[in-house]
Design a binder for this molecule. Structure first.
Ligand code: FAD
Length: 286
């Protein structure tokens, strides 16, 4: 199924992101995770793409294939184009097509040493190629702006360029204060962005994890989270429970505001997906 069509259905679309595990048993580990997510009936699952080498990209395809073929889930595979040639992208898309996966999140990827843009400078340059291959195309959106782009209006302009290039819907980066999401949504709609936008939420589970996320993507850390991190500094289980509870409250607030959809960064932890599903149950019925 094309994810763009989900947003026309009744009830709130709730989706889960997973990543291909590392190591030799990656596909089997992923199967274990997906087997626990599937009974929660996600609207779709998305599988991340790690930059750097064909083994990583084949893992994305393998895991996406398990979700699609073995569990019959609507599935989206991520794809980045930093350092990629057109032929690399075409090879990936051909392999993905064979699995029956119909949706791709078209991304630029982060700059890393030794990987400069080659045939695609921005995600907007990748989107038409993915679209021409017959996929429904999602793209990334940033409620607080992308970390490399400090101008809020320029961020919205770049988002509009992705829609004009053919993006069928957007999935946002994580954020910890929903006010950023609502301000962003208003600006995006005012700028003529009409495609569905689904909002991504990741629970904080530890000080280390949240610091990494904040520095990687530039999300603001509101004081209630700082206080929770301080209160539960020495109690790992309590901190994780507080993080999941905080994320569920964010998700419910987004649902109450009537957003197009919500996307849960599960970090391959089924307990996160279960808590989110339970919290959002009243909004999923339609
Ligand atoms: P772009 O839209 O190309 O934007 C990149 C930068 O260029 C931004 O600063 C933007 O403002 C600027 N820009 C865009 N257009 C123009 C223009 N015309 N002129 C000047 N500047 C411009 N990364 C992975 O490696 N693997 C993943 O699986 C993955 N999944 C993700 C999922 C989601 C939902 C999100 C939000 C991000 C994900 N990322 C992933 C991270 C993503 O690759 C990075 O955030 C990357 O730096 C930007 O990707 P993009 O597609 O948004 O790029």
């Amino acid at each position: 199924m094309h994810i763009a069509d989900l947003f026309a259905q009744e009830g709130l679309p709730v989706s889960f992101e997973i990543f291909p595990p590392r190591g030799e048993l990656a596909t089997e580990e992923a199967r274990m995770v997906i087997s626990q997510l599937a009974p929660l009936a996600p609207s779709f699952v998305s599988v991340t793409y790690s930059a750097g080498g064909s083994s990583n990209s084949s893992r994305t395809i393998d895991v996406a294939s398990v979700a699609k073929r073995d569990f019959n889930l609507t599935t989206m595979a991520h794809l980045t184009c930093m350092g990629a040639r057109e032929a690399d992208v075409d090879t990936y898309l051909r392999a993905l097509k064979m699995t029956g996966v119909e949706n791709v999140l078209a991304l630029r990827g982060d700059p890393v040493a030794g990987r400069e843009p080659l045939d695609f400078k921005y995600a907007k340059d990748l989107i038409p190629r993915v679209k021409d291959a017959g996929f429904c195309v999602g793209a990334a959106a940033y409620p607080e702006g992308h970390i490399d782009c400090l101008d809020f209006n320029a961020n919205i302009e770049h988002l509009k360029q992705k829609q004009d290039a053919g993006a069928d819907f957007f999935v946002t980066q994580l954020f910890f204060d929903n006010q950023y999401a609502y301000r962003f949504l208003e600006a995006a709609r005012a700028a003529g962005i009409t495609v569905p936008i689904t909002f991504g939420i990741m629970p904080f589970l530890s000080k280390q994890q949240i610091s990494r996320m904040v520095f990687m993507c530039g999300a603001s850390l509101p004081s209630p989270i700082v206080k929770l991190l301080a209160r539960y500094e020495n109690d790992r289980a309590a901190l994780q429970a507080a993080g999941i509870d905080y994320a569920c409250k964010q998700l419910v607030d987004l649902a109450e505001h009537g957003v197009d959809g919500v996307h849960v960064y599960t970090m391959n932890k089924p307990q996160i997906a279960r808590a989110a599903t339970e919290a959002l149950a009243p909004y999923r019925k339609g």
